[in-house]
Design a protein around this ligand. Structure first.
Ligand code: NAI
Length: 322
């Protein structure tokens, strides 16, 4: 029975990549239950990217259909993302929501990482999201409506031992998302980046059983439900969100007030070191959403007195300038 409090997605076409298990499966079941037509995409390979099995996507489609929902399967790799979007538009005539979720791991320290470990992770996480988004974009523009969630990771936001390839791909998705938000703004296309934490086959190898039990993918679903809903406010587009075990938050960039020096012939590292405290002081920091006004800064800098040689300077405890 539909509660009047439910937010719904009736007649919205939702594509979820990697929807055969873990988080993607939880999203697909939720959106179908709330009235959306869902494309369940999954290659059905191993957690490190090898192999293929169409039954993985089929099982989720069957589960949705048995519950009275509408779904079709897509077995393509996100590396051929245009085929996934074609499945959506051929079956349902449009696409409203794209959740770039498919993922694999090839964890290895930098010292031992091979080109193929790097390339495969970039191909699935980053290039895969690009391929699906590029194919969906003309539809979003034509409809003047679109919602994209790109799945980042705390490993990308903060770095993580043994995940140089994965971290690089996941943080790249943040910059990609922030650009989608800017380019999509006037077409009512909104994009957000999500760093989830939940039990799945990707985390089963590293988390203890009690942590797995506490981290149900179901606790990430509410945030994704809000991020792709038509009511998402425009100013949240481009935002970075985290979700884990019922905790939800938002991240943003922070810029120190910094040091503004006159760009003249005496502007050397020695002169910069004299103002270093200001460079690294986050008191009264700002939270930028775009590039700084470089021309304005240049004008202000040119009004400052010329830089002059100075007094002894310490950097990291050592005297570096006398
Ligand atoms: P999962 O392994 O349960 O699900 C990933 C799904 O993607 C699998 O069903 C797999 O078959 C599919 N897939 C893999 N490569 C594919 C490709 N080339 N094309 C289409 N489908 C493909 O893993 P989980 O944890 O649900 O991961 C979902 C996303 O969330 C991933 O992007 C992952 O990196 C990200 N993530 C998950 C975290 C967690 O705590 N579970 C933490 C941070 C990020």
């Amino acid at each position: 029975m539909t509660s009047p409090q439910q937010i719904r997605y009736d007649n919205r076409v939702v594509v979820v990549t990697g929807a055969g298990s873990g988080l993607g499966k939880a999203y697909a079941l939720f959106f179908a239950e709330r009235g959306a037509k869902v494309v369940v995409n999954d290659l059905g390979g191993a957690f490190n990217g090898g192999g293929q099995d169409g039954r993985v996507a089929d099982a989720v489609v069957s589960e949705i259909q048995r519950a009275g929902g509408t779904a079709v399967a897509s077995y393509d790799s996100v590396e051929n993302g245009e085929r996934i979007i074609a499945t959506a538009t051929q079956a349902f005539g449009r696409i409203d929501v794209l959740i770039n979720n498919a993922g694999i791991l090839r964890d290895v320290t930098l010292r031992n990482m091979k080109d193929e470990d790097w390339d495969k992770i970039i191909a699935v996480h980053l290039t895969g999201a690009w391929k699906t988004t590029r194919a969906a974009w003309p539809w979003f523009r034509k409809q003047r409506y679109g919602r994209v969630v790109n799945t980042s990771s705390t490993s990308g936001l903060y770095g993580n031992f043994g995940q140089g390839n994965y971290a690089a791909a996941k943080l790249a998705l943040v910059g990609f998302t922030e650009t989608l938000a800017k380019e999509g703004a006037k077409y009512n296309i909104r994009a957000t980046a999500l760093a989830p934490s939940s039990a799945s086959r990707l985390t089963a190898t590293v988390w203890p059983p009690e942590m797995m039990a506490a981290m149900d993918p179901a606790w990430v679903v509410p945030l994704v439900g809000v991020l792709v809903h038509e009511s998402l406010p425009a100013h949240l587009s481009g935002g970075i969100f985290e979700a884990a075990a019922g905790h939800y938050d938002m991240l943003r960039w922070e810029r120190s007030r910094g040091a503004l020096l006159r760009p003249d012939e005496n502007l050397t590292p020695d002169v910069l070191l004299r103002s270093w405290d200001k460079v690294v002081d986050f008191t009264d920091a700002e939270h930028p959403r775009g590039v700084a006004g470089a021309m304005g800064l240049l004008q202000r800098a040119n009004q400052l007195p010329p830089n002059v040689p100075g007094t002894p300077i310490r950097f990291d405890g050592k005297v570096v300038l006398v």
